[in-house]
Design a protein around this ligand. Structure first.
Ligand code: GDP
Ligand code: ZN
Length: 315
């Protein structure tokens, strides 16, 4: 039988078949996946083959195969510096939720997030939430940011999880896909998920009350079905993707506008800093690349710590 992992709590995996039957499964023997040193061999989102096993009156499954992954996201495992923990796999898209003031989401955070998503090959859609609260000035900022990110290929939608504005648009994008919601705490992720699928309210509450009772010391990702053919992966307590290690030469490849220009630079190993005849610097001088994006590029390149300070949005 074949199914998708919806939940994993250590040694047991909750697997759902296409017909909607749910089985608790275990792994027999050791699973090694090429190229990943992870503490967990199987994660939420994995498609697995399993066989049923009947012992006395309960039926459970034994997983014997993991299908190839389209992508996966990881975080560093606690206490084991070299190892990673796979949070989720086979994501179709992630919605990055952004608010301008409450809380502020800085462009440095957005760009770092987008670079990581590009490195993981996960499509990102930007949702500017709480548009119901914006004054003219804030609306101008949202419009400017949406312009910057649309120009380089990211879909941007202004929404209100509270009033329901553009929620149908978000639902339409989610249908038939596996989605994740990310963003700073307080941007409205829970409010949006509840607006999208009120039935999930109960489930998210169940999870958080379990945490409060201290039954789980780790946060586990979980996949939920919705009534409109969309799947949501919830990753409580994880706001981003963790960090991907990348080479300096690689960073520019995850900025679509820089990637597009790099073939026009004089040097093929151009880092677009001080090099002569650099197409990226030229585009920057001509206002064809947003300065905030270039600044984020340099920050990531230099491995700078993120600046959590009030920033100048339109620089
Ligand atoms: P999370 O931490 O990302 O899950 O954020 P929550 O969903 O808990 O929302 C944080 C706060 O923002 C709550 O008080 C929500 O009622 C509020 N909020 C969420 N979305 C909106 C919105 O679209 N408009 C307004 N005015 N408030 C919102
Ligand atoms: Zn260059």
């Amino acid at each position: 039988m074949t199914g998708t992992v919806y939940k994993s709590t250590g040694s047991w995996y909750t697997v759902k078949t296409e017909l909607g039957h749910v089985y608790e499964c275990r792994i027999k023997g050791k699973f090694r996946i090429k190229g990943i040193k992870s503490t967990n061999p199987i994660a939420v989102g994995d498609v697995v083959d399993f066989e049923l096993e009947t012992n006395s009156d309960n039926v459970s499954g034994i997983i014997h195969k993991i299908h190839d992954r389209k992508n996966y996201i990881v975080r560093k495992a606690v206490n084991l510096s070299k190892q990673t923990h796979i949070i989720a796999t086979n994501l179709d898209q992630v919605f990055l939720m952004i608010t301008i003031n409450n809380p502020p989401t800085l462009t440095s955070f957005i760009d770092r997030f987008l670079v990581t998503a590009e490195a993981y090959s996960i499509k990102t859609i930007l949702l500017f939430n709480k548009v119901d609260t914006y004054d003219d000035e804030t609306l101008m900022e949202v419009k400017y940011l949406a312009h910057v990110y649309r120009n380089i290929g990211y879909e941007c939608i202004g929404i209100s999880a509270k009033t329901g504005k553009n929620i149908e648009k978000v639902k339409a994008l989610m249908t038939g896909k596996v989605s994740m919601f990310s963003g700073h705490s307080g941007v409205g992720k829970s409010t949006l998920v509840n607006a999208i699928e009120p039935a999930l309210d109960l489930k998210t509450k169940e999870i958080s009350s379990l945490h409060m009772q201290g039954q789980h010391t780790t946060t586990f990702a979980e996949m939920f079905d919705t009534g409109f053919g969309a799947k949501i992966i919830d990753t409580p307590g994880i706001k981003g993707f963790g960090v991907v290690d990348m080479d300096k030469e690689e960073v520019g490849d995850y900025f679509p506008e820089i990637f597009k220009l790099k073939q026009d630079c004089k040097f093929n190993n151009c880092l677009h800093i001080q090099e002569p005849k650099c197409a990226v610097k030229r585009a920057l001088d001509n206002d064809e690349i947003a300065y905030s994006r270039y600044r984020s590029y340099l920050q990531i390149l230099q491995g700078e710590e993120e600046h959590y300070r009030t920033d100048n949005w339109d620089s």
